[in-house]
Write a protein that binds this ligand. Structure first.
Ligand code: PMP
Length: 299
């Protein structure tokens, strides 16, 4: 990863190399941190953060899952994110706010445990590459919604994501697709999933997924283009016979899917996915005034 100058830790910018924590940090042992992934883009010659408010709100909602009280307000965290980008003097990249239980308490109880917050930013290009990706369904099922709080972006959930990703990469594929306990489609390890069938956009309903901010944005864009959007359970059979398929996520943006389990999805013509992808990329780069509210410029 590309280093930048400063990382914000509990209210102060510290040099990248000095952004260290104690080995007995609670969240390192138990996966009890919550975090965000946010992107900022160069838009009209300035860095601009995509959907800053939604991401900060989700961070605070995620922290509530553990009853963690973030010792800053939403406004203070938003401002800290903007300042961290500015002080690092980079025009585009990825933002990683992390809320974690720090040093001082071991064992599973987190009541009264110290809550720390950090914000790192670094340049990060395309996550899954520019080309359409080859996907494989994982033998690991997505975490059961009754096993956790799926709306929360809890670091421990990513053990499931890492297992699925590593398995899939070892088999020579680009990305995993996780099913739920009933065999319905859930999501990618770090992405939401969509198909296009008969000019309609279909995506797994909320429940077993992290309801992504990019997912929401794509649903809204599709509706604004008069494309019908259906949120429902999807089977693998429906997916194999789809006309188009793609992933969405902050890191993955809109990543078109070439094949799933070695079955080619549709043809090489993917008009709806391509249109949604190019509209999304125009918006994040400040080229679509209709959606300028989705960006927070850094001045
Ligand atoms: N699902 C999972 C498991 C994720 O980690 C992510 C990335 N945050 C997403 C979906 C997509 O969410 P978003 O569009 O908010 O980045």
């Amino acid at each position: 990863m590309e280093e930048t100058k400063f990382i914000w830790m509990d209210g102060k910018l510290v040099p990248w190399q000095d952004a260290k924590i104690h080995i007995l940090t609670h969240s390192l042992h138990y996966g009890s941190a919550v975090f965000e992934g946010i992107r900022f883009y160069e838009a009209n010659n300035k860095p601009a953060v995509f959907k800053l408010e939604e991401h900060v709100k989700r961070l605070f909602k995620s922290a509530e899952a553990f009853g963690a009280k973030i010792p800053f307000s939403e406004q203070e965290i938003s401002q800290a994110i903007l300042n961290t980008i500015k002080e690092n003097n980079i025009t585009s990249g990825y933002i990683r706010p992390l809320v974690y239980f720090g040093y001082g308490k071991m064992g599973l109880g987190v009541k009264d445990a110290k809550v720390n917050v950090s914000i790192a930013v670094w340049p990060w290009g395309s996550y899954l590459g520019e080309k359409a990706v080859r996907v494989k369904t994982s033998s690991f099922i997505r975490i059961h919604p009754k096993s956790s709080i799926m709306e929360a972006k809890i670091s421990g959930h990513y053990a499931n994501s890492i297992l699925a990703s590593e398995e899939t990469h070892a088999q020579g594929f680009d990305e995993a697709l996780l099913l739920d306990s009933e065999g319905k489609i859930a999501e990618g390890p770090g992405e939401n999933f969509f198909i296009v069938k008969n000019n309609k956009l279909l995506t797994p309903k909320k429940g077993t997924i992290l309801p992504g901010i990019t997912r929401n944005s794509i649903i809204q864009l599709a509706k604004d283009m008069n494309i019908e959007v259906i949120e429902k359970d999807l089977t693998l059979e429906e997916v194999y016979s789809a006309d188009e398929a793609f992933f969405t996520g902050t890191a993955a943006e809109v990543t078109i899917i070439e094949s799933i389990d070695n079955k080619q999805i549709g043809s090489k013509e993917r008009p709806i996915s391509e249109k949604l992808k190019s509209t999304f990329l125009d918006i994040v780069h400040g080229k679509n005034p209709k959606y300028k509210d989705w960006l927070t410029e850094i001045i």
